[in-house]
Design a protein around this ligand. Structure first.
Ligand code: NAP
Ligand code: MG
Length: 454
């Protein structure tokens, strides 16, 4: 069963291997889970203010290493340096935000006859966090920070392709003074380490972010032990542009809404729906914006998009390009590395794979619609429901369409999806449960009710 050996990490911008990372075996994963289980009671029982102080110290050490973490992500994942600095900063911010949790994890006092009724939010125990390769730092932090704050210990499995920042953050946790076993990074294969989080009886919750296909297996596996599970899965989000919108602004923002992180973003607005009367104007302006989109060395300060994370991901995107007609595209470096340009297709119908499936690359499909009802119906004609945008100058329409679109995170006249202090998660096959926002720590607790007869 044990998978031994090492993974060779490849710089996506050059295609060259640069480091070997040990792949944790099943026995080593068990040892990590057991030490997290052993560390749980004393972490749970720390005075709340002390746990809060340690989380703030952790945030400060992450902040002091922002540039180092960002450079690691550029080399390991091909993220632009600007994005990578934001991502490391997001880990700091999420830790600071949830460092306010321990002293505020209050229960209720509920009126009852003949006594007193009070509730407690008790931590679950060991939480296993499984992270994909597309946003290694933020997605890790959204799981481990609220879990630790609520008094759980955490084992974290980064994606095999992109473990470096997680490994470093694990070291920084110890440097900040978190006791050993409280937060352990366990790099290895999903089929070995990730699967062990699902099957090990001392892991009490699994937080999984990744593909819908693997997410279903995780949920089925967790059912065996009636284990808590949160799923953040794929998306095929719609960007709906109405004729009454500021069309120039909508077109200027559309590349950022889908091509950020080279389209390897579960929130990517990879379907653009444009009202027919402004379709030609929008497409013309979009072409200008796409040609200006800077796909260059991700270490360059002005880079807006780097390479695909791997040759495999690039090839998977190219399969969609083969079946579609690219209306226009931007520039990309040629030569070594897993480069693709930003590409736009005019979709010929809702059955097309490029319209229905999550491409997870820099390829967007555009389609015209006639009226509001049709726009909402087209947006909802998807298995997914993670995010989306609505561009309109009509406030009533903005609210009607926001309520009509079945998706977890909508932006009106904007494409920003994620703020750590607002909830994030999907409808339909995009997931189960919510992360971030004020309530996230409760998802890492059991609520206990106690009645005391007086
Ligand atoms: P993936 O194949 O589902 O893998 C995600 C993570 O799960 C990786 O760490 C992977 O390990 C692990 N894993 C794979 N098989 C497993 C198993 N049987 N048991 C336990 N763990 C297992 O997804 P990906 O290819 O890395 O990422 C792309 C997908 O993730 C896209 O569909 C994207 O939409 C989705 N995603 C969603 C969100 C969101 O917030 N909703 C965010 C990011 C990505 P390995 O390292 O061995 O692959
Ligand atoms: Mg995979």
């Amino acid at each position: 069963m044990a998978s031994t050996g090492a993974t060779t990490l490849v710089n996506p911008a050059t295609g060259r291997g640069f480091r070997e990372v040990h792949s944790v075996t099943e026995a080593e994963a068990d040892a990590a889970i057991e030490s997290a289980h052993a560390a749980f009671p004393s972490w749970r029982d720390l005075p709340p203010g002390e746990r809060a102080r340690l989380l703030r110290a952790f945030a400060a050490v992450v902040d002091a290493h922002n540039e180092e973490l960002a450079r690691l992500e550029v080399e390991n994942s091909g993220h632009t340096i600007g994005n990578a600095r934001w991502e490391a900063g997001n880990v700091r911010d999420v830790l600071n935000y949830y460092s306010a949790t321990p002293e505020r994890l209050v229960g209720k006092q509920i009126p009852v006859a003949g006594g007193v009724d009070i509730t407690f939010h008790e931590p679950l125990g060991v939480v296993g966090v499984i992270v994909p390769w597309n946003f290694p730092m933020p997605i890790a932090g959204w799981g481990f920070a609220p879990a630790l704050a609520a008094g759980n210990t955490v084992v974290l499995k980064p994606a095999e392709l992109t473990p470096l920042t997680a490994i470093r953050i694990g070291e920084l946790a110890l440097e900040a003074g978190l006791p050993p076993g409280v937060f352990t990074v366990v790099p290895g294969k999903g089929s070995v380490v990730g699967n062990r989080f699902v099957t090990h009886p001392d892991v009490h919750k699994v937080v999984f972010t990744g593909s819908t296909e693997v997410g279903k297996q995780i949920m089925a596996g967790c059912a065996e032990q009636v284990k808590h599970v949160t799923l953040e899965l794929g998306g095929k989000s719609a960007n709906i542009v109405f004729a009454d919108a500021d069309v120039a602004a909508a077109a200027a923002e559309a590349p950022g809404a889908v091509f950020d992180n080279a389209g390897q973003d579960c929130c990517a607005r990879s379907r653009i729906l444009v009202q027919r009367s402004v379709y030609d104007e929008f497409l013309g302006r979009l072409e200008t914006a796409v040609r200006d989109w800077r796909v260059i060395d991700p270490a360059d300060e002005s880079s807006q998009m780097g390479p695909m994370v791997s040759a495999g991901q690039r090839d998977s995107v190219l399969q969609y390009v083969d079946g579609a007609t690219v209306a226009f595209s931007g520039d990309a470096p040629s030569g070594d590395g897993f480069w693709l340009p930003a590409m736009v297709v005019e979709s010929s119908g809702v059955a097309e794979p490029v319209w229905r499936e999550e491409v997870f690359g820099p390829l967007v499909a555009v389609m015209a619609f006639d009226d509001e009802d049709e726009a909402v119906a087209l947006a909802n004609d998807s298995d997914y429901g993670l995010s989306g945008s609505i561009y309109t100058g009509d406030l009533g329409r903005a609210l009607r369409v926001s309520r009509g679109v079945q998706t977890g995170n909508l932006s009106v006249n904007s494409h920003a999806s994620v703020r750590y202090w607002t909830p994030f998660g999907g409808y339909k096959m995009s997931g189960l449960g919510r992360e971030l926002g004020p309530d996230a720590p409760y998802a890492f607790t059991e609520e206990k009710n106690v009645f005391i007869a007086t």
